[in-house]
Ligand binder design. Structure first.
Ligand code: AHR
Ligand code: AHR
Length: 516
């Protein structure tokens, strides 16, 4: 009896996998011609504009039309071996399949993000700094899946505690010298910790004073500066201040910008700097600030030191979260026209979310409703009393806290990007995971066990209704409610919550519009 639904759901999954393969193959064939024709990278455009790249970092694609080297290095947990991930062709996309095969049956972290400019400005694990110990964590190599014109690639997923740095650079602006910076980030993965930065920082890992940094900041922290709405905002981290405009605090021209793929730009020269941004999937750039340095001692002239940071503040503050796909630093102050051409190049790269997640799109927000007759108004949620996941009734008149507790951000599965993970909408960085087969929310500790405990593969509902969520490391177990508490459970088994009574209904859920 129990075998039949499993067999048919396996058959369904195989059929779906076949369909996805066919689709991917079709797209890949179509885009081959395009990728041969489009051999201009962002750094070719900056060079033509007279402001060449002096650092060029990307885990998704080459940033020069002629670049044929390694994009990044990964290290696997099983034996600590490392390998370099290169491009499919000169100027092309990352060879993600090399990562998939190297990391099969284990987990991988990104250990090096290579500088494509030829100056050796690679990013590696950030050391301790004035604000926080170290070394920082390394990013899970599978946590930020994306596609570029249909080609699978992975960004750098920064959970709080993760950080990369280079304190010994070559050619990066120092003092008051001019530079430009852009990065492509995930506008749906940000937080209010200090400081999700990419760019110029101190070489000592310490806060050495106003004007000693010039980095892109992207997130929702309001301690120093902010703009309209609730964020995230693009701001300039100039040290002891994230500036959204000429003044500290609120600047009305810096909008909330939260495109799934967001282009963020900061540039600076003598008593002049600018914030620009746009949607990395379409359209152009807008200028949110262009003008004089802050009217506060230390920022004019600047005292840039020329280290490079990613995912942290200048003093290694590392409460921040975000996702980085690509970015560069230039020598010289790029013209708006040069940056507009770079934006067109980014749009043409065709960033998109991967679609292999059972119709659940990474980055989307959902609520998950029970289908058992007892409980059709109940949703999977956490609450502040403890970290356990439960189900409870949520309605339009529920408190905003209850609604947010019952809302999840779909993430590509931490252990398998064809599956999904669920990040709490109001506790960023906390995921639904099982432990002793009970469901909790917990902060991602970066371990492969956590990744597996937090990854669930959507299948057609075990009752025939809705969706079931199969545990990736206990394939016979699915997310279930039992006595209003959430577990992973098998259809009959040793735990009370494995009870066969109403197992099919208790493990079948309706993916619903998000309550928050
Ligand atoms: O400027 C904001 C932050 O302040 C910097 O990133 C950090 O170095 C300091 O704590
Ligand atoms: O939930 C089952 C297992 O319990 C998890 O994989 C592990 O984290 C814990 O030991």
């Amino acid at each position: 009896m129990a075998l039949r639904p499993r067999l048919s759901s396996l058959r369904r999954r195989l059929l779906t996998a076949g369909a996805v393969l066919a689709l991917t193959f079709g797209v890949a064939v179509e885009t081959t011609a395009v990728s041969h024709a489009a051999v201009t990278g962002p750094c070719d455009i900056y060079a033509s504009g007279g402001t060449p790249c002096v650092a060029a970092h990307s885990t998704t694609r080459a940033l020069y039309g002629s670049y044929n080297g390694s994009l990044y290095q990964v290290r696997r947990a099983s034996d600590n071996a490392t390998t370099n991930i290169g491009v499919l062709s000169a100027g092309g996309y990352a060879n993600a399949a090399a990562q998939t095969s190297f990391c099969a049956n284990t987990s991988c972290v990104i250990t090096v993000i290579y500088d494509q400019s030829g100056r050796g400005n690679n990013l590696t694990q950030a050391p301790a700094g004035g604000a926080a110990g170290g070394p920082d964590n390394l990013a899970n190599a599978f946590a930020a899946p994306t596609t570029l014109n249909g080609h699978q690639a992975y960004g750098v997923y920064v959970a709080a505690g993760t950080g990369y740095r280079n304190d010994h650079t070559s050619g990066i602006a120092t003092g008051d010298a001019a530079e430009g910076e852009y990065a492509v980030m995930d506008g749906t993965h940000t937080n209010g910790g200090c400081c999700f930065d990419y760019g110029n920082a101190e070489t000592s890992n310490n806060d050495t004073g106003n004007g000693h940094m010039e980095a892109i900041y992207f997130g929702t922290i309001k301690v120093w500066g902010y703009g309209t709405g609730t964020g995230p905002w693009i701001m300039a981290d100039m040290e002891n201040g994230l500036y959204s405009g000429v003044n500290a605090g609120y600047n009305a021209n810096d909008p909330t910008i939260n495109h799934r793929f967001t282009t963020a730009i900061i540039k600076g020269t003598a008593n002049q700097w600018a914030i620009r941004g746009g949607d990395a999937q379409s359209g152009g750039l807008s200028t949110f600030y262009s003008g004089a340095r802050p009217n506060v001692s230390g920022y004019n002239p600047m005292h840039k030191e020329g280290a490079i940071i990613l995912g942290i503040g200048g003093d290694n503050s590392k409460g921040s979260a975000g996702t980085f796909y690509e970015g560069v630093m230039t020598s010289g102050y790029p013209s708006d026209a040069t940056e507009n051409a770079v934006q067109a190049n980014i749009v043409a790269a065709g960033y998109s979310t991967s679609s292999g997640s059972g119709g659940l799109t990474p980055g989307s927000r959902i609520s998950v409703r029970a289908t058992t007759s007892c409980c059709t108004s109940d949703y999977i949620r956490h609450d502040d009393a403890d970290t356990k996941a439960v189900i409870s009734a949520i309605s339009s008149s529920s408190s905003s806290t209850d609604k947010a507790d019952a809302t999840w951000i779909v993430r590509a599965g931490l252990a398998n990007s064809a599956c999904v993970s669920f990040e709490s909408a109001n506790d960023p960085g906390q995921y639904l995971r099982h432990y002793n087969f009970e469901l909790y929310i917990a902060a991602n500790d970066g371990s492969s066990l956590f990744a597996q405990d937090a990854t669930f593969c959507p299948t057609t509902g075990n009752s025939g209704t809705g969706t079931s969520f199969q545990s990736v490391n206990y394939a016979g177990k699915y997310i279930r409610h039992y006595d209003y508490t959430a577990y992973i459970a098998s259809d009959g088994g040793s735990n009370a919550w494995d009870s066969a009574t109403s197992w099919t209904d208790d493990t079948s859920w309706v993916v619903s519009a998000p309550w928050a």
